[in-house]
Ligand binder design. Structure first.
Ligand code: FES
Ligand SMILES: [Fe+2]
Length: 367
């Protein structure tokens, strides 16, 4: 199915009271995911992880971002750089896991790269024509650090992370985020399309009362509000009384396309959603805590969060099975609640339409 046929099935001009969700084909078809990778993931700032992983010169960390292997290093010059983690000889991954080193040595034939990416050694290469070792360094990727958090871009960024999300700092101050300690990364594989997880996150707290009764008890759901901004949306909720874990309330920021910053009490948890196929995704949780938090508090928080996550995993996988059913194609939105979800669908539509030069038939008829 062509991308234009997928896009024609969603009308981005509709107000939420009239709007349908995107059709299930957006969530189950390989061709649609292929278009998302080309126009969205390969051409957008994407969250990688905490820069606290790279405190010392020589530190390196590897990531798999959709289908791109990435290695981030802190050089002897103290600079943090990102590269495709792909050897220039025959494409093996040069680094794995994380660690501290002076050179990254490819495990296949031993080509060695300095932390600034340059090729230091290519063993037993002999005389080679038309070969300039200076041009055979690891290929660098655009990297930016905002609030101590690293973002990379596989294309050519035309704006900074701060410009992409104007006003985000009013809700999440970079200095506040930097004051928290990175604790741990946890990963969950879900048998659902990556957007099912995002939609679930953006439903304005609609599901909390039913799916997360323990969490609901700590939140004042009548005061849940959603704010729509350029390339991000905010869901805020005050906590009932003064909940020990949630503090005075929660700010849930969704940064298009695939990252959520959840800031509550002494905690920041970041959720990163990475497609692994049309009906599979990896959800990564990065947890940060204020320096004064006790071990007991941290363990308890991680446990409650894990519980909430399991509840979300179950329902997301159930939705994916439903999306594949002949009994469902598209649904509707609760107008005062699910604004973030429609905003997400419209942003995705715009990215894909602009990337492919698509103009909606309804727009043509209005011209
Ligand atoms: S692929 Fe890396 S040295 Fe051959
Ligand atoms: Fe949830």
């Amino acid at each position: 199915m062509s991308l234009s046929s997928f896009l024609a099935q969603f009308d981005p001009a509709q107000e939420i009271e009239y709007s349908w969700t995107p059709p299930s084909s957006w969530y189950i078809e390989k061709d649609f995911l292929r278009a998302e990778i080309e126009h969205l993931f390969n051409n957008h700032w994407l969250y990688l992880g905490s820069a606290q992983e790279l405190k010392q010169p020589g530190d390196f960390v590897t990531y798999q971002v959709v289908n791109q292997p990435v290695v981030v290093t802190r050089g002897q010059d103290d600079r943090i750089r990102a590269f495709y983690n792909v050897c220039r000889h025959h494409a093996a991954c040069v680094a794995s896991g994380k660690g501290n080193t002076e050179v990254l040595t490819c495990p296949y034939h031993g080509w060695a790269y300095r932390l600034d990416g340059s090729l230091r050694k290519a063993p037993r290469l002999g005389k080679l024509e038309n070969f300039n070792a200076k041009e055979f360094g690891l290929v660098e990727i655009a990297l930016e650090i905002w609030g101590g958090l690293m973002f990379c871009h596989f294309g050519a960024p035309t704006q900074s992370v701060a410009q992409l999300y104007p006003g985000l700092g009013d809700f999440l101050q970079p200095a506040d985020l930097e004051s928290l300690n990175f604790e741990v990364r946890r990963e969950y594989t879900l048998e659902c399309n990556w957007k099912v997880f995002v939609d679930n996150y953006l439903d304005g707290g609609y599901h909390v009362e039913y799916l997360h009764p323990d969490l609901a008890a700590g939140l004042d759901l009548d005061n849940y509000e959603t704010l729509i901004r350029t390339n991000f949306s905010i869901q805020q909720c005050k906590s009932a009384e003064n909940d020990a874990r949630l503090g005075r309330g929660a700010v849930y920021a969704f940064l298009y396309p695939n990252v959520m910053f959840n800031r509550y009490g002494d905690i920041l948890d970041i959720n990163l959603v990475l497609p692994q196929g049309p009906d599979r995704c990896l959800v990564i949780f990065d947890y940060f805590f204020a320096p004064h938090c006790s071990r007991e508090f941290i363990e308890k928080s991680l446990q409650s969060s894990h519980q909430v996550q399991l509840e979300d995993v179950g329902i997301c996988e159930s939705v994916q099975r439903g999306l594949k059913s002949r009994g469902y194609d598209k649904g509707r939105y609760a107008p005062r609640i699910e604004l973030g979800e429609l905003h997400f669908a419209k942003m995705l539509y715009s990215t894909l339409a602009e990337g492919s030069g698509f103009i909606h038939p309804n727009q043509l008829s209005h011209q």
